[in-house]
Design a protein around this ligand. Structure first.
Ligand SMILES: [Zn+2]
Length: 138
């Protein structure tokens, strides 16, 4: 199994996402590090390097997600999968208020928690970008 992603596929993923993170919606021009290609279902869990399993992700979302595919929201609870940009509509699972990404569903809650959407510096960045008319980036 190869971990390399062909340049043509990387470009398709970036263009499809309008060069923004498909999880937190920050445009890559507003980040220090460019976005990366994320395997929605990680290779470790059998995901494939195919366009329907790839997402454009900022470094912070991608690092926080790691190879995880979901989390347990409460003690003894069931696994709740993460938001999947290929299958889910963002607005179904999240809304934004004053720079805070607020979950609307359990999938949104699992994703927001593990991806650390609302770490103080990330909320501040979104507030500044909103004030400048640059957020959401897509
Ligand atoms: Zn992100």
């Amino acid at each position: 199994m190869s971990r390399s992603i062909p340049d043509k596929l990387r470009l398709l993923v970036a263009e499809r996402a309008a060069f923004s993170c498909e999880y937190c919606h920050v445009h890559q021009d507003d980040l220090i590090f460019s976005c990366q290609v994320d395997h929605i279902i990680s290779l470790k869990h059998g995901g494939q390097t195919r366009e329907d399993n790839l997402a454009h992700s900022c470094l912070t979302c991608n690092v926080n997600k790691g190879s995880d595919i979901g989390t347990v929201l409460s003690s003894g609870g069931r696994l709740t999968r993460f938001f999947n940009p290929r299958k889910d509509k963002w607005a179904t699972h999240f809304t934004i208020s004053s720079g805070v990404i607020m979950p609307k569903t359990r999938i949104g809650e699992a994703t927001a928690r593990i991806f650390q959407f609302n770490a103080p510096e990330r909320v501040l960045r979104r507030q500044l970008l909103m004030a400048a008319g640059r957020y959401p980036g897509r």
